[in-house]
Design a protein around this ligand. Structure first.
Ligand SMILES: *Cc1c(COP(=O)(O)O)cnc(C)c1O
Length: 358
């Protein structure tokens, strides 16, 4: 039986994407070779890279003043790569601390440039259950760093306060899920494995004219201009993850693009949060106005009484990946782009059944 996959990442992808990926592993575009054994310099692989880059720009509504890279090292490497490239020797950067990943981004900048990464505001006081608002942003920062969606705590930024500095955003867990003015951002990064493809590739979208100004010695692999000059093939790119990401980009487009992804995300979120709010056995952990449509965190009010029933029914219904992150506990339902509404309905049915049996 096909499971309902609520895993936080690596995560669900569309069935058509799995089909296409499997076919390419067997034989890539009539070459008599598997995608896994083709040189990344082969023109068919170069074409994959170029199409993926073009589709990313088109989907985000950006022009070729931005470069698109598919790098290795995960979003976690970007925590260091960003300050190497954008934090000037005596400059300062501002970070909004909205969760575990944001905290790691600050720590990494602080290692490179002690004292130069400022925490603008933090929601740590209430276990990152909300997005701080109305905080002051000093002028003259090199950049401000946001995390658009907090995968572990289930909060999402609905607005991005502007400053007179560059704007950098870790969009790992809600990239391609909603319509935004992406030109407001100077650098966007996202690990592929949350909404785009399998682990292995990290998407970076960066405005080219902001680079080359930090004055720092930058290790070659951490230097965006090196990768831009090498057309994202300075070294061997993560070919398989790149190709599957391209299949997802094509799939999204065929489904109706970002507006349709956003509509589906809102419909899934409405169904699940509606049940969390209605069902007296459950309670959401994130502030209502900051709830993430991608990752919904919730608790049983009385775990001791209902946990075994809920877990048993969830297992029977084929729901997987619902355990909350250890720092929040309870449950987390990740509802990325490829998750069908029927999977959310199956979860809601289980929640109702626990209530009926209580
Ligand atoms: C998963 C995640 C990361 C870490 O990604 P890796 O690719 O594993 O390094 C960073 N930021 C956010 C918001 C995430 O969800």
């Amino acid at each position: 039986m096909k499971k309902h996959n609520f895993t936080a990442g690596p995560c669900i992808l569309a069935p058509e994407v799995f089909e296409g990926a499997a076919a390419a592993v067997r034989e890539f575009e009539g070459m008599g070779l598997s995608l896994l054994e083709v040189s990344h310099r082969d023109k068919k692989v170069v074409a994959v890279m170029e199409e993926a880059q073009q589709r990313v720009l088109k989907t985000l509504g950006l022009g070729d003043d931005y470069a698109v890279l598919f790098l290795q090292g995960g979003a976690s490497s970007q925590f260091a790569m960003v300050p190497f490239n954008l934090l000037t020797l005596n400059g300062r950067a501002g970070y909004l601390n909205t969760g575990t990943w944001a905290s790691k981004a600050i720590e990494e900048a602080d290692k490179l440039a002690p004292g130069q990464a400022l925490e603008l505001a933090s929601s740590k006081d209430r276990n990152f259950s909300y997005i701080p608002k109305g905080f002051a942003i000093p002028s003259g920062l090199d950049y401000v760093h946001y995390t658009s969606n907090n995968t572990i705590f289930g909060t999402q930024m609905k607005a991005f306060p502007k400053a007179d500095s560059l704007m950098v955003c870790d969009m790992s867990s809600d990239i391609f899920s909603r319509q935004l003015d992406y030109s407001a951002f100077d650098l966007i990064y996202a690990g592929a494995q949350k909404n785009l493809g399998p682990a292995g590739a990290t998407l970076v979208v960066v405005r080219k004219d902001i680079l080359g100004k930090s004055g720092r010695y930058i290790p070659t692999m951490f230097d965006y201009p090196v990768h831009i000059k090498g057309e994202s093939m300075y070294n061997t790119p993560p070919v398989f993850s790149l190709y599957v990401s391209l299949l997802t980009l094509r799939w999204m487009d065929a489904q109706g693009g970002l507006s349709e992804m956003e509509r589906r995300a809102n419909a899934r979120a409405a169904a699940l949060y509606g049940e969390i709010d209605r069902n007296p056995l459950f309670v959401g952990t994130a502030a209502t106005e900051d709830r993430s449509p991608m990752n919904a965190c919730f608790l049983l009010r009385d775990e001791a009484t209902h946990k075994d029933v809920f877990d048993g029914l969830a297992k029977e219904a084929g729901l997987v990946g619902l355990a909350g992150h250890r720092s929040v506990g309870g449950y987390r339902a990740s509802m990325y782009n490829a998750l069908e509404q029927s999977s959310v309905d199956a979860l809601v049915d289980v929640m109702r059944e626990v209530e009926r049996r209580a």
